[in-house]
Design a protein. Structure first.
Length: 374
């Protein structure tokens, strides 16, 4: 069998990210039956405990792909209409004419015009482009706060709109996916966590994955170091942090192996049907939380390779306080890769509030390229 995975190069690329300043990271790349797993650095900077490729990890907004898949499963069952107004299901959460104008699809692809609630829930934090005015105080003050998703949604709905319903470019907002969690609860009678477990995680056979809104990560895991653009020095471990602040938007705990399995099955039409997968891959322009305009579908976004053949990968990235991950699968499902890191907001800010380039950025990009086609 042809060896399509250069394991030595992948090991070296992962180690380069660690040397560039990442405390620890781990990854898996699959190409057909071939699998490479690697890890570099430490899970705990105090004890020197190493990271391992099998660790469970908070994967942030990769959760959105799981929540979107659960919604599409209800669409397939006839319980939800993609282009049905939200007012049909949740009139009390998005009231009046606005609820009549915002559809389920608009929540999924961030074209609802509903603002992000995060700066209101964590008062010392500011969203792009106001990062220069920010501070990390809220992270510690609210570490064990149990948020009510309805209250968080209310913050986003009450905030000034960031666009008109259906208008493009859309604006990425966690408010949309908290609403989708409430929608799942309304039509299934289950919490979003139980619905995603029943309809997505269970059928995919993901043994180390759960939608967990508590403060602790069960099982072997790394510390998660938050730097908040150099304002927390040294970076502080936030692996213990109540995740109700994001719920069905970004609270998933998983492994790199489980995420690759999930994306292989999703690409094969085994999580949702082929027509639903096609809907997930229909993109619109959306302004990300970093201020960049990206193509975004229904809980998925594409990544084009710069290598031979200009292949397209589909997946999602995610960050939480201290941790992050990126999981991608080639459009034909033949290759998947996932990388998880245990430091976030490592870039310092320039005078305008924009993150300065850092050696970790270039090293991670080199690993991404190698994972896709190296």
């Amino acid at each position: 069998m042809e060896n399509r995975l250069d394991t030595d190069a992948l090991d070296a690329a992962l180690e380069a990210v660690h040397r560039a300043g990442m405390p620890g990271l781990f990854a898996e790349v699959r190409d057909g039956e071939q699998v490479w797993r690697g890890a570099a650095g430490v899970a705990d900077v105090t004890t020197g405990r190493p990271v391992t490729a099998g660790m469970r990890h908070r994967v942030g907004s990769i959760t959105k792909t799981f929540t979107a898949a659960a919604v599409l499963r209800q669409v397939e069952a006839g319980l939800i209409g993609l282009d049905t107004p939200v007012s049909r299901y949740l009139p009390e959460l998005v009231p009046g004419a606005r609820g009549d104008a915002v559809t389920v699809r608009m929540l999924l692809n961030h074209t609802s015009g509903l603002a992000e609630y995060l700066p209101y829930a964590y008062p010392s934090l500011k969203a792009f482009p106001a990062l220069a005015e920010t501070g990390p105080e809220s992270l510690e003050e609210l570490r064990f706060t149990r948020f009510d998703p309805v209250e968080l949604i209310g913050m986003g709905v009450a905030a000034p709109a960031v666009g008109v319903p259906g208008g493009t470019p859309g604006v990425y907002s966690n408010t949309n996916y908290l609403l989708l969690g409430q929608l799942l609860e309304k039509v299934t009678g289950l919490s979003a966590e139980r619905c995603v477990a029943r309809d997505v995680i269970g059928p995919a056979g993901l043994r180390d994955t759960e939608l967990a809104v508590g403060a602790h990560i069960d099982g072997l895991h790394s510390c998660l170091y938050e730097s908040w653009f150099g304002m927390i020095d040294p970076p502080r471990d936030h692996s213990v942090h109540d995740m109700s602040w994001v719920g069905p938007s970004a609270s998933l705990v998983s492994t790199v192996s489980d995420l690759n399995r999930f994306h292989a099955l999703l690409s094969a039409g085994e999580i949702v049907g082929p027509s639903s997968l096609a809907e997930m891959r229909r993109t619109v322009p959306v302004v990300s939380q970093e201020g960049r305009t990206i193509d975004y579908g229904l809980g998925l976004h594409p990544m084009e390779t710069a290598g031979p053949g200009q292949e397209t990968y589909w997946g999602h990235g995610g960050t939480v306080w201290g941790g992050g991950a990126l999981a991608m699968a080639r459009a034909d499902g033949g290759r998947q890769w996932c990388v998880a890191v245990n430091l976030q907001r490592w870039n310092e800010l320039d005078a305008s509030g924009r993150p300065r380039p850092h050696a970790v950025d270039a090293a991670l990009e080199a690993f991404h390229r190698l994972a896709m086609y190296g």
